[in-house]
Design a binder for this molecule. Structure first.
Ligand SMILES: [Zn+2]
Length: 341
């Protein structure tokens, strides 16, 4: 399987202001995550590392109204600086062009834990290019399943605002690219609901979006991810949420997965994109599910059985001890699927 990657990722190491200790929520998105995954995959000869290509800026600007804000703010910062918005004027604010670019942060960003640093734009764009390279490979027909080792994650970045450690929505950008060739289904298996991705396509019937995640009553992103969010207008029925309770283990998870798979089959897409977060692991410091290593093989086998060209994009997953093995187990399910009965 081809593994698309770009940087060794040390360029984007936010939260230095918040490094309060090993249990600090804010230190979890570290470059060590990518390094752990890469190291594990490189130890298996069935995986080949491919450097991501460079795609036109317009593939990002057409989807993300805050593209220029991220680019220009990053360019305005000196080495070691980190910008967090702390003013959130809300909808309806009168935003004259003369306002300093970093001040616009509260218009475009939903929180204060998704900082911009001098290299943030470059790295976020490379992360989207990583997904686009994977999309190009499956669109060409040369690969059946491809893994894009994206970082930063993208699924909380939406068509109005970004946040939740995410800058550009990698899977949404890849889906828009693939739409020229056929209908796309996106399944988000990160522990957190893919609110940005859902918002991109909630009114678009050519893209089916689904997410299996911790119940937003008690988990981020709190305001999205409920079962009643099923699509708007013409796109009614094109979104499917499976909010699951804290402590969900393999049995409950796989039942939800089977329900989602049945809906994907009915939608009959040409391509499948998986927003693959691994913070569903029992040992993850953020997630509240109880999945174990071997469960990821079963999840992968059921998804591989859909028989669709599949782009797998990395999202969350924060336990450095288990992350490499978990990703590896999951991807192996696509390399050596269960023989047909
Ligand atoms: Zn997550």
């Amino acid at each position: 399987m081809k593994v698309i990657a770009k940087y060794n990722d040390s360029l984007h190491n936010p939260y230095w202001k918040f490094q309060l200790g090993p249990d600090s929520y804010e230190v979890k998105d570290t470059p060590l995550r990518v390094q752990a995954i890469k190291r594990r995959l490189q130890s298996d000869p069935d995986f080949t590392l491919v450097t991501a290509g460079v795609f036109p800026e317009r593939l990002l600007t057409r989807l993300h109204p805050y593209h220029d804000y991220i680019r220009d703010t990053a360019a305005s910062l000196k080495e070691g600086e980190e910008f967090h918005p702390d003013l959130f004027p809300g909808e309806g604010a009168n935003l004259p062009r003369r306002v300093d670019i970093p001040l616009q942060g509260g218009i475009w960003c939903t929180d204060a834990v998704t900082p911009i640093m001098p290299r943030t734009y470059e790295v976020a764009r490379a992360s989207a290019d990583t997904a686009l390279t994977g999309a190009e490979l499956i669109a060409s027909g040369s690969e059946r399943a491809v893994y894009a080792l994206c970082r930063p994650s993208g699924h909380h970045a939406g068509p109005r605002v970004f946040g939740g450690y995410c800058y550009f929505n990698n899977v949404a950008t890849a889906a828009e690219y693939l739409l020229n060739k056929g209908r796309v289904a996106i399944l988000d298996i990160d522990y957190h609901h893919g609110n940005g991705t859902q918002e991109f396509f909630i009114q678009k019937k050519a893209v089916f979006t689904a997410s299996i995640h911790g119940d937003p009553v008690v988990e981020y992103p709190y305001f999205w991810g409920y079962a009643g969010e099923t699509g708007v207008g013409q796109a009614a029925g094109s979104n499917h949420n499976e909010p699951l309770p804290l402590g969900t283990g393999a049995a409950g998870y796989l039942e939800a997965l089977d329900r989602v798979i049945a809906v994907i089959r009915r939608f009959d897409p040409k391509y499948l994109i998986i927003a693959a977060g691994f913070d569903t692991h029992a040992e993850d410091p953020i997630g509240g599910f109880r999945l174990a290593g071997g469960d990821y093989r079963e999840i992968a086998l059921r998804l591989a059985a859909l028989g669709l060209p599949t782009l797998i994009c990395q999202e969350g997953g924060y336990n450095l001890e288990f992350l490499g093995d978990t990703v590896h187990t999951f991807l192996r399910g696509f390399i050596s699927p269960r023989p047909r009965q």
